[in-house]
Design a protein around this ligand. Structure first.
Ligand SMILES: [Fe+2]
Length: 387
């Protein structure tokens, strides 16, 4: 199946809304200074240990999937204070997103913002420094939240992705874009193994570029719209960052709005959804959902050292347009996908092919071993997250 829409619908979340907008601020959590310093100190200690592993250190830094590094991350994450796991619990409000503040960062330590993810990964190998320490800090934080994982087809399978504006990608619907609106979407909506939590860490954001979040738990849908959107009518195909080599996999219709244990869930990416194939009634419900997501949209302007936790089962995220600088001072985020081992997905998702895209899950076996004894206590309506 071909990409159906190369560009997401170009509307701006700051456009005048037709209904009152929720006014309460996004949930914020502040890491105590001593805890934040302990995280960075632990990441630095691990980085020093990696440096001493002269035979394999370059490989470790490139993808961050080396078993030796995973052992270090597991061991040190387990020793970090329990309060950190509390700070990294999933967002607690219906907005489904939380800003975590307090990580100490010094701009002068970071070096220039790389021009693309390849350069960022290469610099982690060649230069080490603050970027690598923050990669490790992000892994520690993500490990405290759940299971960090990557994608074979995205950024070389690296567990910590670098999000920077890249020349030639300004108008793309991907994290490498800049001058176009990155429209609200579920991260990796096309895949049954998509993240439960998305963790975005800000290294640099000099132009105060906003990240948008919209929660399905704050939208208004009538009974008919909810029923239509709960039916598996249309597929979502992989986004442009995964390339185009997925035509041999049959497109699988999926439900847009689901029923989770705690409220509605969402799987939404209109740019990669063939809406023209739907009837008028479904299109109308889908467009109403888009309007509602726009109405409830909040904008988080991340400062260096802040993390945005996004519940990817509940919230769609995007980014407002901005002018790239390409002078080494550009916006720079680090992104980690996190699976929550106890969270369930609908049974129907287990049969999806994921368009041949595979996750990189070096932590999975050790985490599932740890959580197995508690599974019998969990009430659920769905099944295990498919493997
Ligand atoms: Fe995204």
């Amino acid at each position: 199946m071909n990409h159906v829409l190369r560009e997401r619908k170009p509307h701006h979340p700051a456009d005048t809304p037709r209904h009152p907008v929720p006014t309460e601020p996004l949930e914020r959590r502040t890491l105590p200074t001593a805890l934040a310093e302990e995280i960075i100190g632990t990441a630095t200690e691990i980085a020093v240990t990696i440096d001493s592993m002269s035979d394999s250190s370059a490989r470790i830094c490139h993808t961050l999937t080396d078993p030796g590094l995973l052992d270090l991350v597991d061991e040190h994450a387990a020793a970090l204070p329990e309060a950190l796991r509390g700070a990294l619990r999933p967002p607690a409000t219906s907005a489904g997103a939380t800003v975590i503040t307090g990580l100490p960062l010094h701009d002068t330590d970071l070096g220039p913002t790389p021009r693309d993810w390849r350069e960022a990964a290469a610099w982690s190998v060649e230069r080490r420094g603050a970027s690598l320490r923050l990669d490790i800090a992000m892994l520690l934080l993500a490990r405290c939240a759940g299971e960090p994982f990557g994608w074979q087809g995205q950024q070389g399978g690296r567990l910590v992705n670098n999000i920077v504006p890249s020349p030639g990608h300004e108008h793309e619907q991907s994290g490498a874009s800049s001058t176009t609106l990155l429209c609200p979407h579920t991260e990796d909506a096309f895949h049954p193994r998509r993240a439960n939590l998305l963790m975005l860490g800000c290294l640099r954001n000099p132009d105060r570029v906003g990240t948008t979040v919209s929660s399905v738990r704050q939208v208004s849908l009538d009974e008919g719209q909810r029923r239509l959107l709960g039916e598996a009518r249309l597929p979502i195909v992989p986004d442009v960052s995964y390339g185009n080599d997925f035509d041999r996999h049959p497109a699988v219709p999926i439900a847009t709005v689901g029923a989770g244990d705690d409220g509605p869930t969402l799987r939404y990416d209109p740019a990669y959804t063939p809406l023209d194939a739907a009837d008028d009634e479904f299109r109308s419900a889908y467009e109403h959902l888009g309007d509602e997501l726009e109405r409830v949209c909040r904008t988080a302007v991340l400062a260096p050292g802040e993390l945005l936790l996004v519940d990817n089962d509940v919230v769609v995220h995007g980014r407002v347009p901005f002018a790239p600088r390409y002078d080494g001072t550009d916006r720079w985020l680090k992104r980690v996908n996190v699976r929550l081992p106890h969270r369930r997905r609908p049974a129907a998702e287990a049969a999806e092919n994921g368009y041949g895209q595979h996750t990189v899950t070096p932590f999975q076996a050790r985490i599932d071993r740890c959580v197995r004894p508690t599974k019998i206590h969990i009430r659920h309506r769905g099944t295990e997250d498919p493997t």
